[in-house]
Design a protein around this ligand. Structure first.
Ligand code: AMP
Length: 258
C-alpha cells in the first residue's frame, strides 16, 4: 500500500512545515504546488511569467494548468510509494482530478489542519521563507536577526545558510484576499472530503511538535496501521515496485467525484 497524503487547511495553518517533516521522516516526496510555482517565478521561466501576477494578487492560478503540473509530478518514480501534497487540491475541479490521478494507487488520506482566521493573519505576517529551499520560519518567535539555521535542503543552504525573505503574497491585504478565496473555493471542497472514511481533522493551534504527533496518529488511524509501521509501508511498496508489482486499477477508489 502506498502512503498518499493530502494536507488541507487555510494559508498559514502549518501545512508546509508539517508536510516537509512528514515527507522526510517517511521517505516520500513533498509536492507543494506553491513551491513549484514560486520556483518558476524565481527562475523567470515561461510558467513563472504566466503565474507571477496572479500569485501576487493572492488569487488562484487556473485549474487546468495546476492539474497538469500535479499529474506530471505524481507520475515521477519517486512518488509511486506515496507523496505528501501541500496546497493541492484547492477547488472542486482539482479534487476531482486528484481522484482520477490516484484511482489506482490505494487510499488517499486527507488531513485538515484547523486554525482560526485571526491567528492565520498573525502567523502569515511573521512568516519568512528561505529563498533557496522554501523552508519556513516565524519572525515573531525568533528575534528578527536570529532566524534559525534550519534549512539544509540545497547545497547553497548547507554551505552559506538560509536566505530568509518575506513572501511577496504575505502582506496583510493579500492574506485576507487569500483567506476569502479559501472560504469561497477550498472550504466547500474540504466539507466534501470530510464524509470520506480516510478524512481526519487536527487542531493547528497546538505546538508544531504536537501537530506533528497528531498528524502521524491521524494518518495511522485513517490507514488502520500502527504509526510505527507507516514508514515500512513505503519500503514494502518500493520493493514491490522494484520487483515488478503493478498498481491495482481502481484499488480503493474513494467515494464520489466532486
Ligand atoms: P501556497 O504556497 O500553497 O499558499 O500557494 C501560493 C500561491 O500559489 C497561491 O496563493 C496561488 O496563487 C498559487 N497556488 C498554489 N497552489 C495552487 C492550486 N492548487 N491552485 C491554484 N493556485 C495555486
Amino acid at each position: 500500500m502506498a502512503l498518499n497524503l493530502v494536507m488541507l487547511g487555510p494559508p498559514g495553518a502549518g501545512k508546509g512545515t508539517q508536510a516537509e517533516r512528514f515527507a522526510r521522516e517517511h521517505g516520500i516526496p513533498k509536492v507543494s504546488t506553491g513551491d513549484i510555482l514560486r520556483e518558476a517565478v524565481h527562475s523567470g521561466s515561461e510558467l513563472g511569467e504566466k503565474v507571477r501576477a496572479v500569485m501576487e494578487r493572492g488569487e488562484l492560478v487556473g485549474d487546468d494548468l495546476i492539474i497538469g503540473i500535479v499529474r506530471e509530478r505524481l507520475l515521477q518514480p519517486d512518488a509511486v510509494a506515496g507523496f505528501v501534497l501541500d496546497g493541492f487540491p484547492r477547488t472542486a475541479k482539482q479534487a476531482g482530478a486528484l481522484d482520477e490521478i490516484t484511482a489506482a494507487r490505494g487510499p488517499v488520506i486527507c488531513i485538515e489542519i484547523q486554525v482560526p482566521d485571526e491567528e492565520l493573519v498573525r502567523r502569515v505576517r511573521g512568516r519568512r521563507v528561505c529563498e533557496d529551499c522554501g523552508a519556513n520560519a516565524d519572525a515573531f518567535e525568533h528575534k528578527a536577526n536570529a532566524l534559525p539555521d534550519l534549512c539544509q535542503n540545497t547545497d547553497r543552504c548547507r554551505s552559506v545558510g538560509p536566505k530568509w525573505v518575506a513572501r511577496s503574497d504575505d502582506s496583510e491585504a493579500v492574506v485576507r484576499e487569500r483567506l476569502k478565496i479559501y472560504w469561497r473555493d477550498t472550504r466547500p471542497m474540504i466539507e466534501f472530503y470530510s464524509s470520506r472514511p480516510t478524512f481526519r481533522r487536527i487542531d493547528g493551534l497546538q505546538t508544531p511538535e504536537q501537530v506533528r504527533e497528531a498528524l502521524v496518529a491521524a494518518v495511522a488511524s485513517a490507514l488502520g496501521t500502527p504509526a510505527s509501521q507507516l514508514r515500512s509501508l513505503v519500503m514494502q511498496k518500493l520493493s514491490g515496485v522494484k520487483s515488478g508489482e503493478t498498481a491495482t486499477p481502481g484499488g480503493a477508489r474513494q467515494g464520489n467525484k466532486l
